[in-house]
Design a protein around this ligand. Structure first.
Ligand SMILES: [Zn+2]
Length: 247
């Protein structure tokens, strides 16, 4: 009887480990994907900054061309100034030149502002390139670690599945199908210790005479509440296996 119970406890421990290992393994691809998306975001923001820089440079070139235009128009205006014959024409030409000077001054301010923006953005991009390089290195390293971890989990899972297979061979067929059915219906736990008359999984008490019967350990018993296969949790001969479950 105890041997049967011991096997079931070992089987449950093995199943718990299988479940945990599968869960950890299945989390790996999502962890890698999140690293990749972190990198993609950094790349996208750098690309955006580079595009903004190109646009600023284009604006600056336009402003420089505008300044040249103003310059040309001013020269024409000055030429006109020396060729006008009336005061009225002279004043008009002068006014035009003054207007051009004002425009030029505004354009120069704008050019300066754009230059500052370009320089600042160039600095930011330089930093961004450096940061991206560091991030790439980190992501590559992290990815390798996760991949190795995943491989280890996969290997361990293989070992556990073999272990389960060996254990299943030792458990008799009927009991094994009962165990598997309970495991499926009871959230992965088919076997539960009972301590001081209380089922440690569903936390309900079992009748004293049943508990005494359990302590004697002559029969395989079920929790009257959750139907899990129960054993006396303080049984020294089973305890070692039970503690294994806490790992
Ligand atoms: Zn129970």
């Amino acid at each position: 009887m105890r041997e049967k119970m011991r096997l079931l406890i070992a089987l449950q421990n093995c199943d718990k480990k299988i479940q945990e290992t599968r869960k950890k393994r299945d989390e790996c691809p999502a962890r890698i994907a999140s690293l990749d998306s972190e990198l993609e975001m950094a790349e996208a923001s750098l690309t955006e900054a580079k595009e903004k820089l190109e646009a600023l440079k284009k604006d600056r070139r336009q402003v420089e061309r505008d300044i040249e235009d103003v310059e040309v128009r001013k020269k024409k205006g000055q030429a006109k100034l020396s060729s006008v014959s009336t005061n009225k024409e002279y004043r008009a030409a002068l006014k035009e030149i003054e207007e051009l000077d004002r425009t030029r001054s505004l354009l120069e301010d704008k050019a300066l502002e754009l230059m500052e923006q370009v320089e600042q953005l160039e600095e930011e991009i330089k930093e961004g390139v450096k940061d991206l390089k560091a991030l790439k290195k980190k992501v590559d390293g992290d990815r390798k670690v996760i991949e190795q971890e995943m491989k280890k989990l996969e290997d361990y899972l293989g070992v556990l599945l073999k272990e389960r297979e060996q254990l299943c061979k030792k458990v008799d067929g009927e009991l094994l199908s009962r165990y598997d059915m309970l495991r499926e219906r009871r959230g992965g736990l088919a076997v539960s210790p009972v301590i001081s008359g209380v089922c440690q999984t569903c936390h309900m008490g079992i009748p004293p005479q049943k508990f005494n019967e359990l302590i004697r350990g002559d029969n395989l018993m079920s929790c009257p509440n959750c139907q899990r296969i129960i054993y006396w949790g303080e049984d020294e001969k089973l305890k070692l296996e039970g503690e294994g479950a806490e790992e």
